[in-house]
Design a protein around this ligand. Structure first.
Ligand code: AMP
Ligand code: ZN
Length: 463
C-alpha cells in the first residue's frame, strides 16, 4: 500500500493515514438532505469525496465507505429551529416526504453518475435506521447526557468537556454564540435536539420511549456510522459548513456514548462560491448539473473544473472559468485520443512512468489534484505513443475523468443506477479486478442490460 497524507481538521495538521484494519479504510461522508436538487456547490463536496476514495483505491486500499441520505430531521436551520426541510417541501409540492425523498435522491444519484463519482459501498437512509437512533438516544439519557423537555430530548453540552474541539471554540463561546433559546426548558441555549416530539400534524413520526416523534439531524450520522463502520473508523468527510455545528454535535454524541473518539481523521472540503459570493436563490445563481448541461457544458468538464482547485481552497465558480475548464478538458481528451492510435514507443517508457509516479505522489500528498493535473499535461505533451494512452487509461481509476473513453452517445434513458454500475465495472476492468467486473456484469444482466467492451470504452445495450 502506498502512503497517503491527509489534513486532519481536528489536529490542524497533515497526517499519514494509518488505517485501523488495513487494507480496508473505513470512511463516512455526510450526504445530501434530499428535499431539493443538489446544486453545483453540494456536488463539489461529493467530487472531493470521490477524489479521496479513488486515491485510497489507487494506493491499494479497499474502501468501506458510507454515505447517508438525510430524509428526516434536518430543520431549516442547522441548529434546531424551523420546520423539517422534507416536510416543508412535501407540503409545497403536495407530495409525501417519501415521494420527495425518492424524487431528489434519484436525481442526486444520476448527478453522481454523470460526474463519474463512484458510489460508496453503503448508502444509508436516515428513515431506515430510526431504531438505531432511538437506542443511541436512550443510551445517552442513561449516561446523563440527554434530558427531556416538553418538546424533545436534548444533549447537555456542558456535560461534554471536549465540546467545541473540532472548531476550537470552547463551551463558553458556543453558549454565547447560540441564539436566545426558543425553548426555555433547555439547560443551555446551545444544547441540541437528539429527538423531537411530534405535534399531531407532523407528517413524519415514529413511536419512541418519549411518545411519537422524529430524530434530530445530528444523531443520524452518529448512529449510522456506529452501525455500519463500528465504534471507531478511519475518516469522516463533509463540507466546512458542518464543522461548527453538525460535526461538533456528532463528536459530542459519539464520544459521550463510546467513551472514546469514533473518528480518526476529520477532513473537510471548502465551499464553492459563485461570482465571488454565496449562492442564493434570490440572486438566481444556484445552478444544477442540468443547468450546466443545458448551457452546453459537459459534467466531466465541471468535474475537471472542481479538480483543478485544491479541496481545501475556496473555488469561485464563473462561466468563464468553466468554459476555460471545458476547453482544457477537450484538449486533454483529444491528445489522449491521438495516442490511442499512435505507434508503440518503448523508449518513452521511463519518461511516462516518471509522470505517472508524479501524478500519484501529488494526490497522495493531501489530494493535490491540481498539481496532479499539471503533471498529467506534462504526460500528454510527450511525443504521442500508445503507451501514453495505456497510462492515462490506467490512471483513470485515480482521476475519474474518462479521458480515454471514446464518447459514443448513449441513450439518455439509461437509469442512473445502471450507468453507475456500468461505470464501476469499467473501473474494475481497468484495475484488472476481473471477479468484480464479472459480478457487476451479472448485476447489469439482471437489470436487463448487456455491456459490450471495446478497446477504449464500453457500450450499454438494453436486452
Ligand atoms: P446538504 O444537502 O445541505 O446537507 O448539503 C450537502 C453537502 O453539500 C454538505 O456536505 C455541505 O457541506 C455541502 N455544501 C453545501 N453548500 C456548499 C457549497 N456552496 N460549496 C461546497 N459544498 C457545499
Ligand atoms: Zn452528517
Amino acid at each position: 500500500m502506498d502512503k497517503i497524507f491527509l489534513y486532519n481538521t481536528l489536529t490542524r495538521s497533515k497526517e499519514q493515514l494509518d488505517p485501523i484494519a488495513p487494507p480496508t479504510v473505513t470512511t463516512y461522508s455526510c450526504g445530501p438532505t434530499v428535499y431539493n436538487y443538489a446544486h453545483i456547490g453540494n456536488l463539489r463536496t461529493y467530487v472531493f469525496m470521490d477524489e479521496l476514495r479513488r486515491a485510497l483505491k489507487t494506493a491499494g486500499y479497499t474502501t468501506k465507505s458510507v454515505m447517508n441520505i438525510t430524509d428526516v430531521g434536518h430543520l431549516t436551520s442547522d441548529a434546531d429551529d424551523g420546520e423539517d426541510k422534507m416536510q416543508s417541501a412535501a407540503k409545497k409540492q403536495h407530495k409525501t416526504p417519501e415521494e420527495i425523498a425518492k424524487m431528489y435522491s434519484d436525481v442526486f444519484f444520476k448527478d453522481l453518475a454523470r460526474l463519474n463519482i463512484l458510489m460508496p459501498e453503503i448508502i444509508a437512509k436516515a428513515t431506515d435506521n430510526i431504531d438505531e437512533m432511538i437506542a443511541f438516544v436512550v443510551e445517552l439519557c442513561k449516561l446523563g447526557y440527554g434530558y427531556e423537555t416538553d418538546d424533545g430530548i436534548y444533549f447537555d453540552i456542558s456535560k461534554f468537556g471536549d465540546y467545541g474541539k473540532l472548531s476550537r471554540c470552547n463551551i463558553e463561546d458556543a453558549l454565547a454564540g447560540a441564539r436566545v433559546a426558543v425553548n426555555t426548558q433547555k439547560r443551555h441555549p446551545a444544547d441540541f435536539a437528539l429527538w423531537k416530539k411530534a405535534e399531531k400534524n407532523h407528517i413524519m413520526q415514529w413511536q419512541s420511549p418519549w411518545g411519537m416523534g422524529y430524530p434530530g439531524w445530528h444523531i443520524e450520522c452518529s448512529a449510522m456510522s456506529k452501525k455500519f463502520l463500528g465504534e471507531r473508523f478511519d475518516i469522516h468527510t463533509g463540507g466546512v459548513d458542518h464543522i461548527p455545528i453538525h460535526h461538533e454535535n456528532e463528536i459530542a454524541q459519539s464520544e459521550a456514548l463510546l467513551g472514546h473518539p469514533a473518528v480518526n481523521m476529520w477532513i473537510h472540503g471548502e465551499f464553492m462560491l459563485v461570482d465571488g459570493g454565496k449562492m442564493s436563490k434570490s440572486l438566481g445563481n444556484v445552478y444544477t448539473i442540468d443547468d450546466l448541461i443545458e448551457k452546453g457544458y459537459s459534467p466531466l468538464a465541471f468535474r475537471y473544473f472542481c479538480m483543478n482547485t485544491h479541496y481545501r481552497n475556496k473555488l469561485n465558480f464563473t462561466f468563464e472559468g468553466l468554459s476555460a475548464a471545458q476547453t482544457a478538458y477537450e484538449r486533454l481528451c483529444a491528445s489522449v485520443a491521438l495516442c490511442a492510435d499512435a505507434p508503440e514507443n518503448n523508449a518513452a517508457k521511463s519518461a511516462i512512468d516518471a509522470c505517472v509516479q508524479d501524478i500519484k505522489n501529488a494526490v497522495y500528498d493531501d489530494l493535490n489534484y491540481p498539481l496532479a493535473l499539471g503533471k498529467l499535461w506534462t504526460l500528454v505533451k510527450l511525443e504521442p505513443c500508445r503507451e501514453i494512452y495505456d497510462a492515462v487509461a490506467e490512471l483513470d481509476g485515480l482521476l475519474g475523468l474518462q479521458l480515454h473513453v471514446k464518447r459514443e452517445k448513449q441513450a439518455d434513458d439509461i437509469p442512473a443506477e445502471v450507468s453507475s454500475i456500468a461505470e464501476e465495472r469499467w473501473q474494475a476492468r481497468l484495475n484488472r479486478d476481473w471477479a468484480k467486473s464479472d459480478a457487476l456484469r451479472a448485476e447489469l444482466d439482471k437489470l436487463g442490460y448487456a455491456v459490450l467492451d471495446g478497446k477504449t470504452g464500453y457500450e450499454l445495450k438494453k436486452k
